[in-house]
Design a binder for this molecule. Structure first.
Ligand code: ADP
Ligand code: MG
Length: 556
């Protein structure tokens, strides 16, 4: 038997999990069941695609045995299983993100923080919130050697050879005295219903049942009961009008590990030259890793209900990376490889249609439910602007969705359509100004001059605006002009009065040009200034440092 230390990070992480999530420790069950579901997905895939496993009959299932007397709960699956290397790699160190990142995201609200642990790929360790000893007995599909991993969650772990009938994994939790509730039928079945109802495989609960005996009679012996505790249905394959709002939300929670309800969902079935179903959700809040290059994509690809991958950043365009959901195609071959996926015509078509559908629904939300739409904008205006930069095909739709602050509506958001409606008849362009922060933009002397003339200016202070806005160029035939660029002052000249003024300062322009020489490009008279005597404007669209940082963030 080999005794091994946890990698240093695991140690720290265990302490962190136990402290921050303790009041929400019930989620350990959700995490263990979700791992069993993942292992079954992988096995099902092998069974359908790999000749070595095709001949074997396979019915994926999860079995949960409860033993209240012994204070034990055992979660067992006939999934892909693990060999000794897998055990060391998966249950000895942290696979995905680091402890530090996890710690940074913690809010102190155990309910909220419990969402994070599934998202960080550290779910398994949550079992040590409720158990003082955990044994994992596992055998990998295709191997005849089983292993046992065992740990108290404090002093490292051991691995040794073991016996197991068939492939899969059994996790035996020896519950702490104060957590016996997790060996009780009533408690466990309500947790399964709450968190794991839509796991695509049946979960069978095994427990002892004592029949009621009237007083004075000999008590009957307890009997073992086996009962399926989840619905195990692919919800997206059912028809819309049979699915309640609550079921949609539950599925979202199973899928995303979130405990909040989503902002809204979109369920589409396409029939025709391509047959597929999509069910997409927009989370109520932007995912924590939205602006990290190593974000985890939230869309799962299925082929005829068989899970293929949830690790493909190409299923939707990068700017829609906050979407959670499922794409299920009837036309793709099951053994489609990841490399091929990227250039697959069927998938490209599904992707294109999905983006259109998503943007259409978001646009509709603006009129159907302005309050929800505002919430959407608070969280996702920025990714929508990224879309303006990268998705030219859908530019028109994106331009209807993005919102701006403006001199007319300083605190509220305005759309370009609303701006256009407010324009005077002779206004020829849409004006905007980008800057580093809202204060600086609002107080810019150029803005005052435009305001005085009754011209509305969009005030942009998001660091990405400077690179996105020049890409937009026009909205419904109206050019968009930055008021600090040299050609945006046509609306301001008031011919007669200005001619006089121009005469009065003749000569000064040349003089300034002389003095400043090649430190600037040119000195120009401008009608844009009101109280300030001069301002610096730019004429190029240089890529600033900020912009190159933005590119990195968008993973480009
Ligand atoms: P995540 O599920 O996000 O990868 P976890 O901490 O929940 O992170 O699990 C770590 C890893 O342990 C999994 O990725 C998987 O490789 C392995 N694992 C856990 N439970 C099982 C299981 N029942 N069957 C096979 N592998 C498992
Ligand atoms: Mg997991």
């Amino acid at each position: 038997m080999a005794k091994k230390e946890f990698k240093a990070e695991v140690d720290k992480l265990l302490k962190l999990i136990i402290h921050s999530l303790y009041s929400h420790n019930e989620i350990f069950l959700r995490e263990l069941i979700s791992n069993a579901g993942d292992a079954l997905d992988k096995m099902k895939f092998l069974h359908l695609t790999d000749d070595a496993f095709k001949s074997e009959a396979f019915e994926g299932r999860i079995d949960i045995h409860l033993n209240e007397k012994e204070k034990m709960i055992t979660i067992s699956d006939n999934g892909i299983g693990m060999n000794e290397d897998d055990l060391n790699d998966n249950l000895g160190k942290i696979a995905h993100s680091g402890t530090k990142l996890f710690a940074e995201q913690l809010t102190g609200d155990a309910q909220k923080d419990s969402n994070l642990i599934g998202q960080f790929g550290v779910g398994f360790y949550s079992v040590f919130m409720v158990a003082h000893k955990v044994e994992v007995i596992t055998r990998k599909a295709g191997s005849d050697q089983a292993f046992k991993w065992s740990s108290d969650g404090q002093s490292g772990y051991t691995t040794e050879s073991a016996e197991r009938e068939g492939h899969g994994t059994t996790i035996i939790c020896h519950l702490n005295e104060e957590h016996v509730e997790y060996a009780q039928q009533y408690r466990v079945s309500s947790l399964i219903e709450k968190y794991s109802n839509f796991i695509a495989f049946p979960i069978f609960l095994h427990y002892e049942e004592q029949e009621y005996t009237p007083e004075g009679e000999e008590p009957k012996p307890a009997t073992m009961v086996e009962r399926q505790a989840n619905s195990a249905k692919a919800i997206w394959k059912r028809s819309k009008n049979e699915i309640s709002e609550e079921e949609y939300n539950e599925f979202y929670q199973t899928l995303s590990g979130e405990t909040d309800a989503p902002l809204f969902h979109m369920h589409t079935r396409a029939e025709g030259s391509l047959e597929y179903t999509t069910l997409f959700y927009i989370p109520a809040k932007a995912p924590y890793d939205l602006y990290r290059a190593d974000y985890r994509p939230g869309v799962k690809l299925y082929v005829k209900r068989v899970f293929i991958t949830d690790d493909d950043k190409e299923l939707l365009p990068i700017y829609l990376r906050f979407i959670r959901g499922v794409i299920d195609s009837e036309d793709l071959p099951l053994n489609v490889s990841r490399e091929i996926l990227q250039q697959n015509r069927i998938l490209t078509n599904i992707k294109g249609a999905s983006v259109k559908k998503i943007l259409t629904e978001i646009k509709k939300l603006a009129t159907d439910d302005p309050q929800k739409f505002e919430q959407f904008i608070e969280h996702y205006n920025r990714p929508m602007k990224e879309g303006l930069y990268s998705d030219f095909v859908n530019k028109a739709d994106l331009l209807e969705i993005v919102r701006f602050k403006s001199t007319n509506h300083d605190s509220e958001w305005t759309s370009l359509a609303q701006y256009k409606d407010r324009m005077a008849e002779d206004q020829k362009s849409i004006y905007y100004l980008c800057g580093d922060n809202p204060e600086a933009v609002r107080n810019n002397p150029l803005v005052h001059a435009y305001k005085k003339k009754g011209l509305e200016v969009l005030l942009l202070s998001d660091e990405m605006d400077q690179m996105v806005m020049p890409m937009v160029q026009d909205y419904q035939g109206l050019p968009l002009k930055a008021i600090n660029k040299s050609d945006a002052d046509e609306g301001l000249f008031d011919s007669e009065k200005d001619e006089e003024a121009i005469k009065a300062v003749e000569g000064i322009v040349e003089k300034l040009q002389d003095v400043l020489q090649d430190r600037i490009k040119e000195v120009r008279l401008s009608a844009r200034l009101d109280e300030a005597p001069s301002a610096i404007v730019s004429s190029d669209d240089d890529m600033t440092l900020q912009m190159s940082r933005m590119f990195q963030m968008m993973g480009q």
